[in-house]
Design a protein around this ligand. Structure first.
Ligand code: C6P
Length: 409
């Protein structure tokens, strides 16, 4: 259980106190993770020593900045098993990555009557962009259903997958239920039906080994800030032929080959999809985060979270008024729950008074809340620096909630 406990000292923020001197218990890593000193130092060093714009000038700093930026691309590509670093497109976050696919790949290709298949557990970032495409093209968004325990209903997915399905867009791991979806199998089915597979890896790439060759998907989207990196940088990986066929969404500097009085032609990948000055220091920070994760080992990260989530489900399951959501197996380090008779926001507020940071609300997954038939849930989410003692603190915090609201029997 304590295999990764030594990591904690790398995260200065975890040593701070909150709410008048209480130790911080940070259980909101699915929203954003904390950053180790290695990432903070890499970014500071970049700004102190190498800062310049990339791909533009010949001076030494420009060369160093360009090299650091492209090294970051290489490192990220290797991390997800991508052979070609040019197929790693730096964007701001998962949301931007999925919107880029929706607008640049899907929108020009889809027609009235075409179908986009998503699941009932999608984050709005993997739903709203598809609604937007549907609105523009007359295509229809369809939903694969869930089994009562919160796993994806594969029969429902097979049933909804038709010759009209052009896109299957699916979360690798739910940010609420923690469910890990069988993306490899889904990709095979989708490809047999002739659809393109977009994987929302926001909650999987940070928490388990992910290899795009093994997944068999066509696009993978994820965010740096959810994997120890800074905000402002995310990744869209795509198959080369698909990325090359995409009309750029943004025009401007760096994405062009030539601009004349008559028009413009586009640069090669990845630049054609990265208009303007990119998030250079953030890419450097993301590379340091990847280096950190690789040193710990993604198998070890996954193991640690499996242990934590098992422990959390057991301990929270012992509280009579707590209703837990999501499957017991094949889930990541996320536990969503409600305390019967108490609104999720009240639970989160009382926990916060004790220094425990959780998220409460619909978690940008309103269709899923509808399926659960609740307005909101509380969510505790873990990472490599989370300790079992913090789960104990959560249990104690929930006992205080039950005392305050008189739910304890
Ligand atoms: N979920 C959460 O607290 P961005 O905001 O673009 O970095 O990530 C969007 C996103 C997409 N898909 C999934 C499965 C996600 O969990 C998220 C972000 C955070 O659950 C913030 S809403």
């Amino acid at each position: 259980m304590h295999e990764l406990a030594r990591c904690r000292q790398d995260f200065p923020i975890l040593a701070r106190t909150v709410r008048g001197g209480r130790p911080l218990v940070y259980l909101d890593s699915a929203a954003t993770t904390q950053k180790p000193v290695q990432v903070l130092q890499a970014m500071e060093r970049y700004y102190r020593e190498d800062n310049a714009n990339v791909h533009r000038a010949v001076h030494e700093l420009a060369e160093r900045a360009t090299q650091a930026f492209e090294q970051a691309r290489l490192r990220v590509a290797r991390f997800i098993g991508a052979d070609d670093p040019h197929c790693v497109i730096f964007v701001r976050n998962t949301t931007e990555a999925i919107n880029l696919v929706a607008r640049s790949w899907a929108q020009p290709r889809l027609r009235e009557g075409d179908e986009i298949l998503v699941s009932l557990m999608e984050h709005h970032s993997n739903l709203v962009p598809w609604y937007m495409v549907a609105r523009q093209t007359g295509a229809r968004v369809r939903f694969a259903g869930l089994l009562p325990d919160g796993r994806l209903d594969m029969d429902s997915l097979r049933e909804k997958l038709t010759p009209r399905t052009r896109v299957v867009a699916i979360a690798h791991q739910s940010n609420v239920l923690g469910t890990i979806n069988p993306v490899q199998e889904i990709a095979e089915l989708a490809h047999q039906a002739g659809a393109v597979v977009v994987v929302d890896g926001a909650q999987s790439v940070p928490h388990m080994p992910v290899d795009v060759r093994r997944l068999g998907c066509d696009f993978l989207a994820f965010s740096g800030h959810k994997m120890l990196g800074p905000t402002g940088i995310g990744v869209l990986w795509g198959r080369r032929e698909l990325l090359e066929s995409m009309e750029p969404l943004f025009g401007g500097g760096e994405m062009i080959r030539e601009v004349t009085l008559q028009g413009a032609t586009w640069n090669d990948l990845p630049h054609r999809l990265e208009a303007g000055t990119p998030a250079i220091a953030e890419a450097v920070g993301l590379a340091a985060a990847v280096e950190y994760l690789e040193a710990v080992g993604m198998e070890a990260v996954r193991r640690h979270e499996q242990e934590l989530v098992g422990y959390a489900l057991q301990r929270l399951g012992e509280l009579p008024d707590v209703e837990l959501y999501g499957p017991s197996q094949q889930r990541g380090g996320v536990v969503a729950f409600n305390v019967r008779g108490v609104h999720a926001h009240d639970v989160a507020t009382i926990l916060d008074q004790q220094g425990i940071a959780v998220r409460a609300g619909h978690h940008c997954a309103q269709p899923l809340m509808g399926w659960l038939d609740v307005p909101a849930t509380v969510r505790a989410s873990f990472y490599l620096y989370t300790l079992p003692e913090e789960i104990e603190a959560l249990v104690e915090g929930l006992q205080a909630v039950r005392r305050i609201f008189g739910t304890s029997r």
